[in-house]
Design a protein around this ligand. Structure first.
Ligand code: CMP
Length: 582
C-alpha cells in the first residue's frame, strides 16, 4: 500500500469490512462488535490479504474513545460523579488491587517475575470504557442508578490507570529484571516521590480547571458560536472543544485523552446547548467507536489460541470470573444490593483500551514478555466478544439467587440503594427542569410571536440567544423619529404607541416595531412611546441582518408588514391632508 494514502486506506477498508462483518454478525444474532473485531483481525498483519497500518488504526481508535467519553460526559454532571463516589471509589480501587494481586499470582505460577506480574495484573484489572458504554446504551441503562455507578466506577479506574501509566516507567528499574539504565536511575526513592507528587499535582490542577474554569468558559464559547446561527460552525466548535480539551489536557496535564474528553463533556453538560452538542457529535462518535474495535482486532495474533490455550483460558477466567467475583463481593461488602453488584460485575467483566496501552508500555520497558501482550490481547478480544453472554448469565444468576433467597435479595442493601437513587433522581430532575424551562421559553416565544413557529428549533434557540432584553416604563420614548435604526423590538409584555402624524397606533404584546429603519437602512419613521411597563426582546441591527438573510420567509413576512404599515401611513396622511383642505 502507498504510504501517502495509508490513512484513507485504513479508514475506508476499516469501514467497509466493519460494515460487512457487523451486518453478518447481526444476522447470526451476535452483537455487531464481534463483526468489527473479525474485520480487524482480517486487516491485521497476522492474517493474509490486506494489511492496514496498525499505528494509524490505533490513533483512529483513540479518536473513537475520545468522542465516546465526551458523549458520556455530556450526559454526566459533576454532581452525578459526587453522588456515586461512595461505591465507585472503594469499588474501583479495591478491585484494581485485588485483580492485580490475582494477576501477579497467576503469572508467578507461569514463572514470570514480579514486574511482569504487576503489569499483567494491572492490565487485566481495568475494564473497557467503550464496551461498557455500548452495552449500557444498548440496554438503555446509562441513566439508571446502576448505570451511573458503573460509569463512575470506570472513571475512577481510568484515573487510577493514568497514575499507573505515569508511575510504571519510574518503577521499572525496581520491578524489572531487565530494566534499562535510565529506569534504574529514575528508580531512586526521591525520583519516585517526585514523580508521584508531580502526577498528583497535575491531575489536581486538571480537575480544578475542569470544575472551576471549564463550566464558565465552555458554555460561553458555545453560546457565542450558537449566536452566529451557522450549524457547521456549531458542530465544528463542539468537536473543537472535545478534541481540543482532550489533546490539551493530555499534553499539559499528562492525563489520558479519554479522561480529558470526558471532562470536556461534563463541562459542556452544564449548558442547555448540550443536547444539541450531543446530537451533533453522535454520528462521528459511532463511526470512530467502530474503528476502535477494528484496531483491537488488528493487533491480535490468533495463533496464541493454539500456542497457549491453557494460558488464554486462565486469563479469560481471571477477567470474567475472578474480576466479577471481586466486584460483586465489594459491592455486597459496601452493603448495596446483589442486583447492582451483578450488573456492575458483569458490565465490567472485560478489558480494553487501557490494558493495551499498559501492556505496550510494559513490553517497551522490558517488564512484560511479548507473550504477555499477546495473552492480554487474546483476553481482551475474547472477553469483549463474550461480554453480551456474560451479561445474560448475570441476569440469569440474579433470577436464580432471587428465587433461592427472595427475602435476602429484596432487602439486602435496599436502604442504601434507595438513598442513592433518590440522590441521582434529584440530580436528574434538576437537569430535566433546566431543559423543561428552556423548552418552555421556546414555546412561549412561539406562542407570543407565532411568526417564529415557521423557523426550525435550532433557529428558535438561536433567536433566544440573540435577543437582548430591554424594559421601559410608561411615558418612556423607546424609539425616536429621525434616529438611525439600532434594532428591531418585539413586545414580550406591555404596550406602546407609535406616534404618527395622524393619530397614534397602539401595539401590544406579540407585535413588533422598529423594522422599517432596519429594512430600508434609513432613519426611524416615527416616535414610539411606552404606555405601560414593557418588556422587549431586541434584535440588534447586525443580528437582524444575518438572521433575516438566513430566513427569507421570515424576512418577507416582516417586510410585508412594513410595507403595509408604510402604505397605511401614506393613506392616513393624504386623508388628513384632504381633511385639512376641506
Ligand atoms: P421604524 O421606522 O424603524 O421606527 C418606528 C416604527 O414604528 C417603525 O419602524 C414601525 O415599526 C412602527 N410603525 C410605523 N408605522 C406604523 C403603523 N402604521 N402601524 C404600526 N407600527 C408602525
Amino acid at each position: 500500500m502507498h504510504q501517502e494514502v495509508a490513512l484513507i486506506a485504513t479508514v475506508s477498508v476499516g469501514f467497509v469490512f466493519a460494515a460487512i462483518f457487523g451486518y453478518l454478525a447481526d444476522r447470526l444474532r451476535l452483537p455487531p462488535l464481534v463483526g468489527y473485531l473479525v474485520a480487524g483481525i482480517l486487516m491485521g498483519s497476522y492474517t493474509p490479504g490486506f494489511i492496514a497500518d496498525s499505528a494509524l488504526a490505533g490513533q483512529l481508535a483513540e479518536m473513537g474513545v475520545i468522542l465516546l467519553m465526551f458523549g458520556v460526559g455530556l450526559h454526566f454532571s459533576a454532581s452525578d460523579l459526587l453522588a456515586v463516589r461512595g461505591v465507585a471509589v472503594p469499588g474501583a480501587l479495591g478491585r484494581i488491587l485485588l485483580a492485580t494481586l490475582l494477576g501477579v499470582g497467576l503469572s508467578t505460577w507461569w514463572g514470570w517475575g514480579l514486574g511482569a506480574g504487576i503489569v499483567f495484573g494491572l492490565s487485566v484489572s481495568v475494564a473497557s470504557t467503550v464496551v461498557l458504554l455500548k452495552a449500557l446504551e444498548e440496554h438503555n441503562q446509562l441513566d439508571t442508578v446502576d448505570g451511573r455507578v458503573a460509569v463512575g466506577w470506570l472513571i475512577v479506574e481510568d484515573l487510577a490507570m493514568v497514575l499507573a501509566l505515569v508511575l510504571l516507567p519510574a518503577f521499572a528499574g525496581v520491578l524489572g529484571e531487565q530494566g534499562g539504565v535510565e529506569a534504574v536511575q529514575n528508580a531512586g526513592g526521591l525520583a519516585i516521590g517526585y514523580t508521584i507528587a508531580m502526577t498528583l499535582l497535575k491531575v489536581a490542577a486538571f480537575t480544578g480547571m475542569a470544575i472551576f474554569i471549564g463550566p464558565k468558559v465552555v458554555p460561553w464559547v458555545l453560546t457565542l458560536v450558537a449566536r452566529t446561527g451557522s450549524p457547521e460552525l456549531f458542530t465544528l466548535s463542539v468537536l473543537a472543544v472535545a478534541l481540543g480539551i482532550a489533546f490539551g489536557s493530555a499534553a499539559i496535564f499528562g492525563v489520558s485523552f479519554a479522561l480529558g474528553a470526558f471532562f470536556a463533556g461534563v463541562v459542556m453538560s452544564e449548558s442547555h446547548l448540550s443536547r444539541r452538542a450531543a446530537a451533533d457529535s453522535l454520528p462521528l462518535q459511532n463511526a470512530f467507536a467502530v474503528l476502535f474495535f477494528v484496531s483491537v482486532g488488528m493487533l491480535f495474533d490468533p495463533s496464541i489460541l493454539i500456542r497457549e490455550p491453557l494460558a488464554v483460558i486462565g486469563v479469560l477466567a481471571l477477567i470474567i470470573i475472578g474480576k466479577s467475583i471481586i466486584a460483586l463481593t465489594i459491592v455486597l461488602l459496601l452493603r448495596y444490593p446483589v442486583e447492582m453488584g451483578l450488573r456492575i460485575a458483569t458490565g465490567l467483566a472485560q478489558i480494553g483500551e487501557f490494558s493495551f496501552i499498559l501492556a505496550g508500555l510494559g513490553v517497551s520497558l522490558g517488564l512484560l514478555p511479548r507473550e504477555g501482550q499477546d495473552l492480554i490481547l487474546a483476553g481482551a478480544i475474547l472477553s469483549i466478544t463474550l461480554n453480551p453472554l456474560v451479561l445474560l448469565a448475570g441476569d440469569g444468576l440474579q433470577k436464580r439467587i432471587h428465587s433461592l433467597w427472595p427475602a435476602f435479595t429484596a432487602h439486602y442493601g435496599k436502604h442504601k440503594h434507595d438513598k442513592l437513587s433518590r440522590e441521582i433522581n434529584k440530580i436528574r430532575a434538576k437537569n430535566e427542569e433546566r431543559d423543561r424551562q428552556h423548552q418552555l421559553e421556546m414555546q412561549q416565544l412561539c406562542d407570543t410571536f407565532p411568526m417564529f413557529s415557521q423557523v426550525d428549533e435550532n433557529s428558535q434557540e438561536e433567536l433566544l440567544l440573540l435577543f437582548r432584553p430591554k424594559s421601559a416604563s410608561p411615558g418612556e420614548r423607546v424609539v425616536r423619529v429621525g434616529d438611525r435604526g439600532d434594532g428591531m423590538y418585539f413586545i414580550a409584555s406591555g404596550a406602546v404607541e407609535v406616534q404618527l402624524e395622524s393619530e397614534p397606533v397602539r401595539l401590544e404584546a406579540g407585535s413588533f416595531f422598529g423594522e422599517m429603519a432596519l429594512l430600508s437602512g434609513g432613519r426611524r419613521t416615527a416616535d414610539v412611546i411606552a404606555v405601560d411597563f414593557c418588556h422587549f426582546l431586541v434584535l440588534e441591527r447586525r443580528d437582524f441582518n444575518v438572521f433575516m438573510a438566513r430566513h427569507p420567509a421570515l424576512r418577507l413576512a416582516v417586510s410585508d408588514m412594513a410595507k403595509e404599515r408604510a402604505a397605511m401611513n401614506v393613506s392616513r396622511r393624504s386623508r388628513n391632508q384632504s381633511l385639512d383642505l376641506t
